[in-house]
Design a protein around this ligand. Structure first.
Ligand code: NI
Ligand code: MN
Length: 225
């Protein structure tokens, strides 16, 4: 069983009933989040990179839940220095956690914290949970090796940014879906602010036009697989 809740922006809660994973839990200061950070409990937090709209409420959630923060080495070290439990990994490395295997992938982006400190490479993540394989692209521009990511792992659910300006726009995201070839694509990183305005229905239509499946998740919506 896999339950997915889309908090909004890049933030998700994933659960198999036993383990709950928060990805990029940006809630406080996120104008589209229907939740408050106090609502969010997770025993793992996965961070794609350190930008404020992804690191978000990591400190509060991790401290309250004694969560393990999974991130690339530099960012994980930073979390450990703040007193959090951290699991250091890096791009291309995978590790078998109690919930399943998790691997960080390349992302074309930056990663610094709110003080401007370098926090290692930005990343995407491929993780197994509840019998499904999920690829959360993080913040990224399109790159040809997305095809390889889809060849190495049969992706069930691809979580893909469509908002442009900082990441892929709809057209690049559709091409990315074509390369990765997931069973289902879910659009993210749009409409949080006017600068990343995009129409998720348009993305869904364009993905369907190439014979693939996509689904918009409303902010706060939960679906089970
Ligand atoms: Ni970013
Ligand atoms: Mn972002």
């Amino acid at each position: 069983m896999l339950k997915i809740q889309y908090i909004s922006h890049s933030a998700f809660l994933l659960s198999d009933g036993e383990n709950t994973i928060a990805i990029d839990p940006f809630i406080t200061g996120n104008p589209t989040s229907p939740l408050v950070q106090e609502d969010v409990n997770a025993n793992y937090i996965v961070l794609t990179h350190a930008h404020g709209d992804h690191f978000g409420d990591t400190t509060a959630i991790a401290t309250r839940n004694s969560s393990t923060v999974i991130a690339v080495n530099e960012l994980a070290d930073y979390c450990a220095k703040q007193g959090m439990n951290a699991h250091n990994m890096h791009i291309g490395g995978s590790y078998k956690f109690p919930f399943g295997k998790l691997k960080f992938t390349q992302a074309l982006h930056g990663s610094s914290n709110s003080e401007g400190q370098y926090m290692g490479s930005p990343a995407g993540v491929v993780l197994e949970l509840g019998g499904k394989k999920i690829y959360h692209c993080g913040d990224t521009g399109i790159f040809g090796d997305m095809k390889l990511i889809g060849e190495l792992d049969k992706i069930d659910i691809m979580i893909v940014p469509i908002g442009g300006n900082f990441t892929m726009d709809i057209d690049d995201a559709v091409k990315a879906v074509e390369m990765v070839n997931p069973d289902l694509a879910i659009p993210i990183h749009y409409n949080t602010w006017p600068i990343i305005e995009a129409d998720p229905a348009k993305f869904v239509k364009k993905v369907e036009a190439i014979g693939k499946k996509a689904r918009e998740m409303k902010f706060g919506e939960e679906i089970s697989f």
